[in-house]
Write a protein that binds this ligand. Structure first.
Ligand code: GLN
Length: 490
């Protein structure tokens, strides 16, 4: 392979995807880092916000994450059946850019419209760009896994940029400057994708569906679904429906759990799977539960833990007062530092035949998550006595989150692509992101309960979370001896 036309030894198209994802995550995490702070800020003062209560802001934040990741499912369907992956990613990227620029308009009313654009755009982009990464490699290319590792780096480099730039501008100059910076970042992503899309060499250019009749039918389904949603929205506006964010988040959490549950049941009973595919499906089901529980703790970063940083952490270091959202930088920086170490550990253990099974790795991830909240209990205690605590508490908490993420997230992604029933491979990717969606909404609901009454409400909620991580971790560890992935049929 001509090295001038490669990207770290990989097909050069990976560079296009790397940069697009990097800018997309810059905008996503940059905005997410300040959204709760913006929602709870008062109307008076130099940097006015939306005066939501902590519980409401957390519920909106959780619902937003839940919608973003849920939309990956229809986004994948549109790429599969109508537009192809490249076009869907491009349209998604443009809609996300519009979303951030809408948030940049300093008007209260535009906030939810902006979020809606980002939700739809990310749904179109996020899963499909990961699918194109896979399509850069032929068949069982062993390079694919390392391609995904490089891609995971782009996610984290992007979030470092986002927290740094949008966090600083949003908190120090004005919220809408932060949102605008996210829009400019995403615009770079769009430009870059348009200029270098040809380097993808046609990977993911066409939809999987090639029958024009079926494509036409899919377009009709899509139009009917959009029409129905618009009608609902119009009715809600005409009726002047006001939505309670917490109740909405609760109902949405039930909705997601029911949809995911029904989908698993359908696959198990009605999809005509072979015995070994069913065995794999059971494994994926338990991993799904583990992942949803994990993200419900992980996503506290932008919610209750951001509020802990704001109210109970002494953020001044050598005379410089760190923007609150910068505490979030810890996770992506730790990911970049520790990802190679984790990959090395797994490879080393595998050489000795000691590589933990998939459920065991998930159990480890959940134990680390539990441990991080044990630490937070001590931090809350210390803050009760001293009013504020040093930044080391949150830094170590995020270090544990990162180790958990590295034990669970990259491995889960590849497990869902590898052990999915063949016919349903594309949709299983969406299912993996549904676990993130459920985790996100739960994070918002729990985070709202935790920060509703200041420090007093944190202890019971964090203790409850530790218990459920432990229960699920033990369940997964017990399964680890029983349910091992059935051999792949090649
Ligand atoms: N940090 C990863 C990303 O942004 C995974 C997030 C998730 O699945 N909840 O892509």
């Amino acid at each position: 392979m001509n090295t001038r036309n490669t990207f770290f030894g990989h097909p050069i198209g990976l560079r296009t995807l790397f940069l697009t994802e990097m800018w997309e995550r810059m905008s996503y995490y940059g905005m997410r880092g300040i959204m709760v702070l913006f929602m709870i800020a008062g109307v008076s003062g130099e940097n006015p916000g939306l005066t939501f209560s902590e519980a409401e802001a957390n519920a909106i934040y959780g619902t937003y994450i839940g919608l973003v990741y849920f939309m990956v499912v229809p986004g994948g369907w549109i790429a599969d059946n109508i537009l192809g992956y490249q076009k869907t990613v491009l349209i998604g990227a443009i809609i996300i850019t519009l979303g951030h620029f809408t948030l940049a308009i300093p008007l209260e009313q535009t906030f939810f419209v902006g979020l809606l654009f980002i939700i739809v755009g990310t749904g179109l982009l996020k899963g499909n760009i990961s699918t194109i990464v896979g399509k850069l490699y032929d068949g069982n290319d062993s390079m694919r896994d390392s391609g995904y590792t490089i891609f995971y780096m782009s996610i984290n480099i992007g979030s470092v940029l986002g927290f740094l730039i949008c966090g600083y501008l949003g908190e120090r100059i004005g919220w809408h400057w932060g949102f605008g910076a996210a829009g400019i970042g995403m615009a770079f992503g769009v430009l870059q994708f348009i200029l270098y899309r040809n380097l993808l060499n046609g990977a993911g250019d066409l939809p999987s569906e090639s029958d024009p009749m079926k494509i036409k039918k899919s377009i009709i389904y899509l139009c009917v679904a959009c029409g129905f949603l618009l009608l609902l929205a119009a009715l809600a506006i005409i009726e002047g429906v006001t939505i309670n964010p917490v109740t909405f988040a609760e109902s949405y959490a039930y909705f997601l759990v029911i949809i995911a549950g029904l989908y698993f049941i359908y696959l198990f009973l009605l999809a005509g799977l072979t015995a070994s595919e069913k065995k794999n499906l059971v494994l994926l089901f338990f991993l799904f539960i583990g992942a949803a529980a994990f993200w419900s703790g992980f996503d506290q970063s932008g919610g209750s833990l951001t509020i802990f940083a704001k109210n109970f952490t002494n953020l001044s270091v050598s005379g410089f007062s760190i923007p609150i959202s910068w505490m979030n930088l810890a996770n992506p920086i730790f990911v970049v530092l520790f990802a190679p170490i984790f990959a090395g550990i797994w490879t080393n253990l595998a050489i000795r035949n000691l590589d933990p099974s998939l459920p065991m790795k998930f159990a480890i991830g959940l134990l680390l998550m539990a441990l991080s909240f044990v630490l937070m209990l001590f931090a809350v205690d210390a803050a009760m006595t001293n009013q504020t605590v040093g930044i080391q508490w949150l830094l170590i908490t995020y270090l544990l989150h990162t180790w958990g993420e590295l034990a669970l997230s990259p491995i889960g992604l590849s497990a869902f692509s590898r052990y999915a029933p063949k016919k349903y491979a594309g949709q299983m990717f969406g299912l993996w992101f549904m676990a993130s969606a459920i985790g996100g909404v739960l994070a918002g609901l729990l985070g709202g309960e935790a920060s509703g009454e200041g420090l007093e409400s944190m202890t019971p909620i964090f203790s409850f979370m530790i218990k459920y991580y432990l229960v699920i971790a033990v369940l997964l560890a017990a399964l680890a001896f029983d349910v091992n992935p059935a051999k792949e049929e090649s």
